[in-house]
Design a protein around this ligand. Structure first.
Ligand code: NDP
Length: 252
């Protein structure tokens, strides 16, 4: 009998880094559940690409900042694909860039709700489903942080940097708490990566060119390069790695 493929759930898998992770995971032998908030068409394109690799793939709509949505998305993914063993906690937003004095209250609140509360709700649900003491399969979780957590993003996104600092703390705590449950938890911290997040968050077309000289490798990252790091950390090749935070930032 053919053995079952492991199942990975990727939040925010309809675009950008999450979409690249989904497609690489499908190519590496995982069945894939992606979540998205609003763009069904993008999600369908990712599913089609995953299926060309022979993966079973489903998309679940919901807002990671809403606890009930998170539970429902895990339920939907699990009933379509079977037990989830790997989770990539990726959905995130920045809000429009500005200095702190001009920061828009609603944008800051949304950023914290998605990047911090959303990451915690997803982490909690993953812990509930994967923990071996609760009958789960064990597995691995990768939280997507950012180099912003250590750089601080002055004059642009200090609230976003703070939200990713919280993700880093979450990763350390989860790694220690869940190791005995058969779950490895790590983080990947991308540097600037070519995705829609930049276009949607700023009207400043020159921003990429301004940041590029500060990147030792003198170029912006591609989503596929972040995906490689994520796939390594969830794979058995990383079987003794927990609580690590892998910077994928061209040396930044
Ligand atoms: P994109 O804007 O390209 O994609 C974001 C994804 O998250 C989309 O699938 C979107 O779904 C989903 N999403 C956004 N908000 C929610 C929500 N409330 N609930 C559920 N899904 C949501 O972002 P990136 O791929 O660039 O970023 C992915 C992660 O990487 C984020 O955590 C980001 O902070 C981090 N990161 C990105 C960097 C970069 O330079 N790109 C650098 C460092 C870190 P939909 O399309 O339906 O709205």
């Amino acid at each position: 009998m053919q053995s079952r493929r492991p199942v990975v759930l990727i939040t925010g898998g309809s675009r950008g880094i999450g979409a690249a992770v989904a497609q690489l995971a499908a190519a590496r032998g995982y069945d894939v559940a992606i979540t998205y908030r609003s763009e069904r068409e993008s999600a369908e394109r990712v599913l089609a690409a995953c299926r060309t690799s022979g993966a079973a793939a489903v998309a679940c709509q919901g807002d990671v900042a809403m606890e009930a949505d998170v539970v429902r998305m895990f339920d939907e993914a699990q009933s379509a694909l079977g037990p989830i063993s790997h989770v990539v906690n990726n959905a995130g937003i920045t809000g429009k860039s500005s200095r702190l004095e001009q920061a828009d209250s609603d944008a800051v609140r949304a950023c914290i709700e998605v990047n911090v509360l959303g990451a915690i709700w997803v982490a909690r649900e993953a812990a509930r489903r994967l923990s071996t003491s609760r009958g789960g399969p064990g597995g691995a979780i990768v939280n997507i942080s950012s180099v912003a957590a250590s750089l601080g993003s002055p004059n642009e996104y200090v609230w976003y940097a703070a939200s990713k600092g919280a993700v880093d703390s979450l990763t350390i705590g989860m790694a220690k708490e869940l190791a005995s449950e058969g779950i490895r938890v790590n983080a990947v911290s991308p540097g600037m990566t070519m995705t829609d997040i930049h276009e949607r968050s700023t009207q400043d077309a020159g921003r990429v060119e301004r940041i590029r000289p500060h990147i030792p490798m003198n170029r912006i990252g591609e989503p596929e390069e972040i995906a490689e790091a994520v796939l390594f950390l969830i794979s058995d090749a990383a079987s003794y790695i927990a609580g690590a935070n892998l910077s994928v930032s061209g040396g930044r």
